[in-house]
Design a protein around this ligand. Structure first.
Ligand SMILES: *Cc1c(COP(=O)(O)O)cnc(C)c1O
Length: 429
């Protein structure tokens, strides 16, 4: 057998980088095989170092709402780089970014920029703790909020796939302040609050779960959660790192009609560069240093290149009124194709979708939370993944992830994907 360039690079990478990758889920561990090394992204496609071309449904794990390397973001970056890469002093573009974010997400009266989703969520929890003077917080089983210690308790995404729900290196002390609730189960929240009266600073939730596969939040549940947080003086944090500007112009909170106290963003707001943000009610955000005592900082936060790319993306999002209807249309088209395929194959796998994020769970059960999500046949998913890859479709290399559609996906891409879906399932079932 010929050794591919990707295989050669992976062997080399493993010598210097743990597991050969800079983020675990990239390594194909849960689907088997070796990761592909990518050399270029163009629109809906990625090209690997062996010159294979794939229709990409990961979009760098969410950021690429407009496909790979769109010209308007590239131009914004080229323009910005002329003036320098970083100053460590305030710049005007940071104001424009903050203004636009608060305009698009009305629950956010003030916002602070950071460099990743993880930084955004850990800073939001700190702000909530500083504001309330309480220490504990609630997260939901299967939700992922980045890799800060106290979030790695039954977390989703790579932490779920790799079977390290509680990572070594996370102290008992850290774990003790994280309370776990069940997604879509308001009684589990009520129980925790009763047992920890007056001690809970925050509830953090993915308002559409995307890291245990895509799981819709039930409207009644999220409404009640909002009410309970108000009654108990608990800061409600929507982690919109994935859903922000993905499921709607104003994020999942717009879709659900619920205003959180704090929100976190990442992925799309960086236009493909490393950016995160957290923000919300002024009374909470003014506790952040230097206007308040809650310390939060970042050498490269609000970086001019990152702001240029992010602002270009968000400006397009603000101005292009056909954007979300177009994404919805593409997503519905693909979903209908998948549905027909499943019907023909006599399989009733659970398809979930909110806007342009979707998921096929390899189970016929209705997936509403973590416990039903993990009924999926992950080894079957692995075979499905590899068949799709053979046919030129690049999906997330793990069951419990989302599939993202961008504006760059053409009808031809979608038709090819629907055909590949049918052929792949036919081969493996
Ligand atoms: C991706 C993600 C994060 C973490 O963001 P990073 O930029 O990878 O640190 C946090 N929360 C949610 C909901 C995410 O999808």
């Amino acid at each position: 057998m010929n050794i591919t360039n990707s295989e050669k690079l992976f062997e080399e990478a493993k010598k210097y980088i743990p597991g050969g990758v800079n983020s675990p889920v990239r390594a194909f561990k849960s689907v088997g095989g070796n990761p592909l090394f990518i050399k270029q992204g163009v629109g809906s496609k990625m090209i690997d170092v062996d010159n294979n071309e794939y229709i990409d449904y990961i979009g760098s794990w969410g950021p690429h709402l407009f496909g790979h390397n769109p010209s308007f973001i590239r131009e914004a970056l080229l323009n910005a780089i002329e003036s320098g890469t970083s100053f460590g002093a305030p710049t005007e573009i940071e104001i424009r970014m903050a203004k636009l974010l608060t305009e698009l997400v009305p629950s956010m009266e003030m916002v602070r920029m950071v460099n990743s989703g993880t930084e955004a969520t850990m800073s939001a929890v700190r702000a909530a703790r500083g504001f309330t003077g309480r220490e504990k917080f609630i997260k939901f089983e299967g939700c992922y909020h980045g890799h800060a210690d106290y979030f790695l308790i039954k977390a989703g995404s790579g932490a779920l796939t790799l079977g390290v729900p509680t990572s070594p290196g996370v102290t008992k002390g850290n774990a003790a302040d994280t309370l776990l609730a069940d997604f879509n189960d308001i009684d589990s929240i009520k129980r925790l609050i009763k047992l920890n009266k007056g001690q809970i600073a925050a509830v953090i939730i993915e308002p559409v779960a995307g890291n245990m596969g895509v799981v819709r939040v039930q409207e009644e549940f999220i409404k009640e959660l909002r009410t309970i947080c108000d009654e108990e003086g608990i800061v409600l944090i929507f982690d919109e790192v994935m859903t922000g500007f993905r499921v709607a112009k104003g994020g999942a909170q717009e879709l659900l009609g619920i205003k959180p106290d704090l929100s976190t963003f990442g992925k799309i707001i960086g236009g493909g560069l490393p950016v995160g943000a957290f923000g919300g009610k002024k009374e909470i955000m003014e506790k952040i240093a230097p206007s308040g005592p809650v310390y939060q900082a970042g050498t490269l936060s609000g970086n001019p290149l990152a702001m240029a790319a992010g602002l270009a993306a968000l400006t397009k999002i603000k101005e292009d009124v056909s954007l979300y209807p177009l994404l919805e249309e593409k997503a519905v088209y693909l979903e209908n194709g998948f549905k027909e395929n499943l019907k023909k194959l006599g399989k009733n796998f659970c398809l979930t979708r909110v806007g342009s994020m979707s998921c096929m769970f390899m189970t016929e059960e209705n997936v509403t939370d973590f416990k039903t999500a993990v009924k999926s046949d992950t080894s079957l998913y692995g075979r499905y993944f590899h068949e799709m890859l053979k046919q030129g479709v690049y999906l997330a290399p793990a069951q419990f992830e989302a599939m993202f559609i961008s504006t760059a996906h053409t009808t031809e891409d979608l038709n090819n994907t629907i055909a590949a879906h049918y052929n792949s399932l036919k081969t493996i079932l």
